[in-house]
Structures are given as structure tokens and as C-alpha cells.
Ligand binder design. Structure first.
Ligand SMILES: NC(=O)C1=CN([C@@H]2O[C@H](COP(=O)(O)OP(=O)(O)OC[C@H]3O[C@@H](n4cnc5c(N)ncnc54)[C@H](O)[C@@H]3O)[C@@H](O)[C@H]2O)[C@@H](O)CC1
Ligand SMILES: Nc1ncnc2c1ncn2[C@@H]1O[C@H](COP(=O)(O)OP(=O)(O)O)[C@@H](O)[C@H]1O
Ligand SMILES: [K+]
Length: 513
């Protein structure tokens, strides 16, 4: 396992779950002048004015029953006082929220503000969604569901305050239905649900407004966003006086009959991220003794690859299949003293064979698991839906149970470490939902491990780089539709070299090297 000092989370964007946010609010709220809700409303109003371009236009504000609604009333009041034509929709006879929200509603009425009980006609310059924030406790139904449906049909920008209403701020799950915002102004701290599962499809552009509070002084972050700062110290230019041995050996095992492509994609990715030598142990070795498009790959039998003592890392799974031969290879692989990456069918075999699980949890070297949600469900004897209900909890449970570092892949991949820390990666795009992308990720991780990256950083860095590579292709017009895994390998090479070049010029620690 990588030493803790190699994982410096301090420069990363912190993520706070609802419980931690409540602690922060309780700490600061009593002494806050102006009140936190006034600050949140004012911040939201400024953001709204920015979005309507400073022009006066009709603005619709949906206000809910709690403090999120309170933010909405403050915002509505400020916009009205600035001269905007503001319509508030609110359906509570008596405000059930806390004192601040009741006061905010009263101050809206005090400036002559009216509330309507239903969403009126369209034709707004902006809709502000202040229905629910972190206090959402159950699926939205009834009249609020119809408001959300109406707003989602409107053809204008939608600014969500704190969290798009209906989105679970902790998990990114839609509860019943949710606002599809073009912008989300989130208060105090970033929330995990904005960045995983359904979050990115509902938040639009996210801006953070800390309201002047120092969250870390009250409670440690719940998790972090993956950022290049985490591994910047490893993005070093190569020493001129280096040779292939300096850059390590990546060992990949897979490629059963009909699935050779998976192992080759992984091998090529390891090579193109800079591993000194890449050996691919192909189950269907007789059919493919050479990769004609990448003859640099050293194709061997799986037994040869696993028996070698040159391995810095072993990655097993891409195209492995679940045959008796594959199971035997897994039993050998879990005994390797090298860092081990398990992907695809290696994970499916692990889910079915208790002896593999026992051997895995006894390993001294690090183990990395790269399941997609269905593989995660098999590993935890659960269902894909349950895994996705709370991706952070699922990833942490996998890490704990298998004493491994885990990436639960998908929109907003969640990385969990055995010590309980977790991260969300925000690079990547839906163009990467196509066959072979996971094999490329495994190869990138193996390539970084070969080059001596500590296990956890190879996992975090590999996931981040994989997404960056996909995003570069979309920026070049090569996706998301039709993006291929092979293209992502080429793009990862460019992205990795760009990261290293950027680290060189931006990070003073490297200027003297
Ligand atoms: N407490 C504070 O100090 C601050 C809170 N702020 C705002 O307050 C929000 C949190 O406020 P609250 O805790 O009041 O939570 P919300 O405003 O998100 O909503 C809670 C209310 O909605 C009800 N509710 C939850 N789910 C429902 C559903 N599906 N259908 C119908 N009713 C439902 C609850 O019973 C409760 O009355 C934050 O997201 C943020 O916008 C900000 O003003 C900053 C300061
Ligand atoms: N919608 C998405 N947004 C971001 N990344 C995605 C998305 N869909 C897939 N990916 C990424 O692409 C890869 C797909 O892996 P996997 O499902 O194992 O594919 P395969 O088995 O076909 O190789 C993962 O790294 C995953 O995080
Ligand atoms: K909201």
C-alpha cells in the first residue's frame, strides 16, 4: 500500500456530505452576521443577475418548504429591489422551515412580493430553483413534481440553488424527479452528489460559493475530487540517462479465444503511457503470437508472464473469460508479490470463489480492483441498482471487504481506499460508454505502476488520465458519439505528456530538477 505521505489531499477540492454540512452550519450559524441565509440569497441573486446579463427580465423563483426555499425568498427580494420582475411560486400556507426561512418569506412579502401556488406561463429570462437542497428526505411527488416537470420543459436557463431539487446531494441519485439545471450555485462546499451518477446530467455548470466559511476548520472533508495536484510530484520529465529497465515492466494477463482485443488494448495502453516493457500473457496464445499493429508488445503464454520475476505489476482480467484455465491463472495471480490489478472476468471469478477472496485479503502487496457497477454487484452479492443507489458507500464497502483500493467506474467514478478515504473523478464523458474503455483504463494503471507510481496514485492518476484523454477527443470533435477505446489510448499518450510538460512549467518544485 502506498505510504500516506504520497497522498496529499490538502490541495484538492473537498467534498462534504449533508451530515458534515449540518455540523458546519451549526458551528457558524449562531454568530453569522449577516445571517447565512442572507448571504446565500445574495450570492444566488448575484449569480442570477450574471446569467440574465444584467438586463431586466422576468424571473421565476420556485421556493420550497425549508431553508432552500428561504434562500429563494432572499434572492427574490434582492432581485425585485434591483428592479427585476420576479414571480415566486410557493405552496405552503405556513412556512415549516427554520426561523430564518420564515423571516425570509416575511421580508419578501414586506417588499410587496406575491406568491403564486402554481407555475404560471412561460417566457422567463431565468428560472431559479430553490425548492429543495440538502434536506431532501424522500422522493418528490405531487404538486412539486409537476412544477419540476414544467420547468424542465422550459426553454430558458435554470439556476439551481445549492443542489438541483430532487437530486440527492450525497449520492447523485434522482429522488422521484429532479430539476435539470443549466447552472448550479452551490453554497458552503461542494457536495458529492453533484459529481457522480445523475448529478452531472442535472447540475449544468457548478459554481462554489463558500459564504466566507472555513469548512475544514470545523470538520475534515468527507471526500475529495481527484485533481492533478494529487500526483503532480510524480509528473517528472524522464531522466535523459534512462533505459527501458528504468521504466518498468507491465504484465497483463487475459485474451481468451474471441477476446484477444481486450488484452491487446490493455497492453497498448500500458505501452503508450510509458511502461518500459509490456508483456501480454494471452490465453489464446497460439492464435495470436504477435500483435501486428503493435509489435512492441511481447506476447507470451499467461504462465510465462506469471512465472517471470521481472514484474512491477500484474494486471489480470481483460478478455480473461471464466474457464477452468482462467481460474487457475487467477489462483496464481493472487499469489504474485507484485501490485495486482483485477479487472473484468478476474472480478467475476473473484465473486464466485471464496478461496480467491481469502487469498486476496492476505496479500502483502497492494491490490487494485476496477469494477463497473455490475461487477461490483456480483462482488457484493447485490444488484446493480443497489450499488448505484449509493456509489460511495458501495465503493467503500468493496475496499473494506477486499482490503483493496477500488474504482467503481461510470459517470463520476468513485475511488475508495482501504483506509476509508474516497474520491470522485470528474474527467471523462459518455463517449467512454463503449466497449474496450475499461481495458484501456486497466492498461493505463498498469503502465503507471510499471513506472514506479505508488499503487493508490496509479489508480487515481490512471482514472483521471483516462477521462482526460476522452475529454480531449471530444474537444477535438471526435466524440462523444463514436469515440473508440483505441483512440483513447493515443489521446492518453498526448494527455500524459501534456500533464508532464504542464507540471514542469507550473510546479516550482520541478524547475530545479
Ligand atoms: N441551515 C443553514 O444555516 C443554511 C442553509 N442553507 C440552505 O438550506 C438548505 C437546507 O435546508 P433544509 O434543511 O431546510 O432543507 P431543504 O430546504 O432542502 O428542505 C427541507 C424541507 O423539505 C421537506 N422535505 C424533504 N423532502 C421532501 C419531499 N420529497 N417532499 C416534500 N417535502 C420534503 C422536509 O420535511 C423539510 O421541511 C441548503 O440546501 C441551503 O440551500 C443556506 O441558506 C445556507 C445556510
Ligand atoms: N458516462 C460516462 N461518463 C464518464 N466515464 C464513463 C462513462 N461511461 C463509461 N465511462 C468510463 O469508461 C470505462 C468503461 O469501462 P467498462 O465498463 O469496464 O468497459 P469495457 O468492459 O467495455 O471495457 C470506465 O472507466 C468508465 O468510468
Ligand atoms: K434547489
Amino acid at each position: 500500500m502506498s505510504a500516506p505521505r504520497t497522498l496529499n489531499t490538502a490541495p484538492l477540492t473537498a467534498l462534504y456530505n449533508a451530515d458534515a454540512l449540518r455540523r458546519i452550519e451549526r458551528h457558524y450559524a449562531p454568530d453569522s452576521t449577516p445571517r447565512l441565509m442572507e448571504r446565500a440569497g445574495a450570492t444566488g441573486a448575484a449569480k442570477a443577475m450574471q446569467l440574465v446579463g444584467g438586463r431586466h427580465g422576468r424571473i421565476l423563483v420556485l421556493c420550497g418548504p425549508g431553508n432552500n426555499g428561504g434562500d429563494g425568498f432572499v434572492l427574490a427580494r434582492q432581485l425585485k429591489q434591483t428592479g427585476f420582475d420576479v414571480t415566486v411560486v410557493h405552496d405552503c400556507d405556513e412556512h415549516r422551515g427554520a426561523e430564518d426561512a420564515v423571516m425570509a418569506w416575511a421580508s419578501w412579502r414586506a417588499v410587496g412580493g406575491l406568491t403564486l401556488p402554481r407555475v404560471p406561463d412561460t417566457g422567463y429570462a431565468l428560472v431559479v430553483d430553490a425548492l429543495y437542497g440538502i434536506g431532501l428526505t424522500r422522493p418528490i411527488e405531487g404538486v412539486h413534481a409537476t412544477w419540476i416537470d414544467a420547468v424542465n420543459e422550459m426553454d430558458c436557463p435554470v439556476l439551481a440553488i445549492d443542489v438541483p431539487s430532487g437530486l440527492n446531494a450525497d449520492t447523485g441519485a434522482v429522488m422521484g424527479r429532479a430539476i435539470r439545471a443549466s447552472h448550479t450555485a452551490t453554497m458552503i462546499a461542494m457536495k458529492p452528489g453533484l459529481f457522480t451518477l445523475d448529478g452531472p446530467d442535472h447540475c449544468g455548470e457548478v459554481s462554489l460559493h463558500d459564504l466566507g466559511l472555513d469548512c475544514a476548520a470545523v470538520t475534515p472533508p468527507s471526500g475529495w475530487q481527484v485533481g492533478r495536484e494529487l500526483f503532480a510530484h510524480l509528473l517528472r520529465p524522464r531522466a535523459r540517462n534512462s533505459h527501458k529497465g528504468t521504466h518498468g515492466n507491465a504484465m497483463l494477463v487475459g485474451g481468451a479465444r474471441g477476446m484477444a482485443g481486450a488484452a491487446l488494448l490493455a497492453g497498448r495502453a500500458a505501452l503508450k503511457v510509458g511502461a518500459g516493457r509490456v508483456f501480454v500473457g494471452m490465453l489464446d496464445h497460439a492464435a495470436l503470437p504477435l500483435d501486428p499493429e503493435q509489435p512492441e508488445l511481447m506476447i507470451r503464454t499467461p504462465a510465462e508472464v506469471l512465472a517471470g520475476d521481472l514484474a512491477t505489476c500484474v494486471a489480470i482480467g481483460p478478455g480473461l473469460g471464466q474457464s477452468p484455465a482462467a481460474l487457475d491463472l487467477m489462483r496464481d495471480a493472487v499469489r504474485t508479490p507484485a501490485t495486482l490489478v483485477l479487472d473484468a472476468d478476474a472480478l467475476n471469478l473473484l465473486a464466485q470463489h471464496g478461496d480467491l477472496e481469502q487469498a486476496l485479503t492476505r496479500r502483502e502487496a497492494a491490490t487494485l480492483l476496477t469494477p463497473h457497477p455490475m461487477e461490483a454487484a456480483r462482488l457484493l452479492r447485490s444488484s446493480t441498482a443497489k450499488i448505484q443507489q449509493d456509489r460511495i458507500v458501495s465503493a467503500r464497502e468493496l475496499a473494506r471487504r477486499f482490503r483493496a483500493s477500488v474504482v467503481l467506474k461510470g459517470c463520476g467514478s468513485v475511488i475508495a481506499l482501504p483506509d476509508g478515504r474516497w474520491f470522485i473523478n470528474t474527467t471523462g464523458n459518455p463517449g467512454m460508454a463503449s466497449a474496450g474503455m475499461g481495458d484501456v483504463l486497466t492498461g493505463l494503471i498498469a503502465g503507471l505502476l510499471a513506472q514506479g507510481w505508488p499503487a493508490d496514485l496509479a489508480l487515481l492518476g490512471g482514472v483521471h488520465l483516462h477521462g482526460l484523454a476522452g475529454d480531449r477527443l471530444v474537444a477535438q470533435g471526435k466524440g462523444p458519439n463514436g469515440l473508440t477505446a483505441g483512440e483513447v489510448i493515443e489521446s492518453a499518450r498526448a494527455a500524459f505528456n501534456a500533464l508532464i510538460a504542464g507540471a514542469d512549467s507550473r510546479d516550482p518544485r520541478h524547475s530545479t530538477r
